[in-house]
Design a protein around this ligand. Structure first.
Ligand SMILES: Nc1nc2c(ncn2[C@@H]2O[C@H](COP(=O)(O)OP(=O)(O)OP(=O)(O)O)[C@@H](O)[C@H]2O)c(=O)[nH]1
Ligand SMILES: [Mg+2]
Length: 384
């Protein structure tokens, strides 16, 4: 999976900037013998944000940027000058990105909309300079505040595609073929299992210039929810599809059983998937004649809309699009935003080379050329 352009998992080290330290300077000028404290405040450290950007479709742009470091605030200086604030860093991510803590697997946040911004790590506050601490009883404080330290976190970004319709089926069911017929997408198609190794998205044009997005994901096999086949890695892309289109080929042994196996895998992976709208397409129905279709219709699973289609002859395709469109526009339609993200089970993911990320220790901005002073604590009340 390395070397591919479809990147839906990255691990990055993020660090906010530390606050600049307050200055403990004293005003020293000719003819002003006791100038008093005039040390300025330190600048605020830069923060790290995440922002949704609809121009990105994958996390590829982050694959080689493993460290996101906001810069530190600068120290305060004489004449009550405040130090410069550090620069923020914004991590642009595609809509549908879910963020987890890499250490614990804890769910942090979810970016679903363009321009949606989430503060990941707040920059450290700058320390107050000594002039803030001047009181009637202490005219010459020789101390100032240090800036707040950096905050760091290693995070995992996971993309869960946001498509309207997700194709669910065993390998070779004809998923990619359908996508190639109803959209301009050109996924690889072949008569062996696991032709599709990464998801493909296509825009399906519907009547009157309307359209919806369809996601072709790699085939699912029994045991996928425990990691078999391409398993877990791609099941998560289904979580975000508003509607699931199950696809079972007409030559399958028993359509009902196959449907149940697929259904069980999804439910085992995330029981919330049960609440999604579902439609069943019997694919490759060009292999059937009218009589067979009638016979098979009797044994189809109940409680799900079914349609016989053939991507080769085009039969049933218009009907399928109508059904999908109607389902997608139902008033009772399940809102995808309400999916609750589970914490990540880190043990279920094999460790890959890209996972080795080390915290950064750069003291580049750490040159405190100021003299040493007693640092006063942050919780001290400075405003007295
Ligand atoms: N006769 C017939 N063959 C079809 C039809 N749709 C797909 N096929 C054939 O079925 C085989 C598998 O098609 P794919 O679209 O690659 O199947 P897939 O579900 O994407 O398979 P994976 O990517 O491996 O999961 C190919 O040889 C297709 O030509 C159809 O409507 N009729
Ligand atoms: Mg395929």
């Amino acid at each position: 999976m390395t070397g591919s352009n479809f990147v839906d998992y990255v691990k990055i080290y993020c660090r906010s900037g530390k606050g600049g330290r307050g200055s403990a300077h004293f005003r020293r000028e000719k003819y002003i013998p006791k100038g008093g404290p005039d040390g300025g405040n330190g600048g605020k450290g830069g923060s790290v944000y995440l922002r949704g950007n609809r121009n990105y479709w994958t996390l590829l742009h982050l694959k080689f940027e493993r460290h996101i470091l906001a810069t530190h605030g600068e120290g305060g200086s004489a004449k009550r000058s405040s130090g410069k604030d550090g620069e923020d860093r914004i991590i642009e991510v595609p809509c549908g990105t879910v963020v987890f803590d890499a250490g614990t697997g804890e769910y942090i946040c979810d970016i679903t909309e363009d321009k949606q911004e989430v503060l990941l790590l707040e920059g450290g506050r700058g320390g107050l300079g000594n002039w803030n601490f001047k009181t009637s009883t202490n005219q010459a404080p020789r101390y100032a505040q240090p800036g707040e330290p950096v905050r760091e976190r290693i995070i995992i970004l996971q993309l869960k595609l946001l498509a309207d319709v997700g194709l669910v089926g065993f390998p070779n069911a004809g998923k990619s073929t359908l996508l190639s017929v109803v959209s301009a997408a050109q996924p690889k198609i072949a008569d062996y299992p696991f032709t599709t190794l990464e998801p493909n998205l296509g825009i399906v044009r519907y009547r009157d210039n309307r359209s919806f997005v369809m996601a072709d994901i790699p085939g699912i096999i029994e045991g996928a929810s425990e990691g078999k086949g391409l398993g877990l890695r791609f099941l998560r892309h289904i979580e975000r599809n508003s509607l699931l289109l199950f696809m079972i080929p007409a030559d399958a042994g028993d359509i009902k059983t196959e449907y149940e196996i697929l259904h069980n895998e999804l439910v085992k992976y995330n029981p919330e998937l049960l609440t999604k709208s579902r439609v069943l397409a019997i694919t490759k129905s060009d292999m059937l004649d009218g009589e067979l279709i009638e016979a098979l219709s009797k044994g189809l699973p109940e409680n799900i809309l079914s349609v016989f289609i053939s991507s080769v002859t085009g039969s049933g395709i218009v009907e399928l699009k109508d059904i999908l469109w109607n389902e997608l526009n139902k008033e009772t339609f399940h809102d995808t935003e309400s999916i609750v993200h589970k914490n990540m089970d880190l043990s279920a993911y094999p460790i890959v080379d890209d996972d080795f990320i080390f915290p950064v220790d750069d003291d580049e901005n750490d040159r405190d050329d100021e003299e040493e002073y007693d640092e006063c604590e942050w919780d001290e009340d400075a405003e007295e």
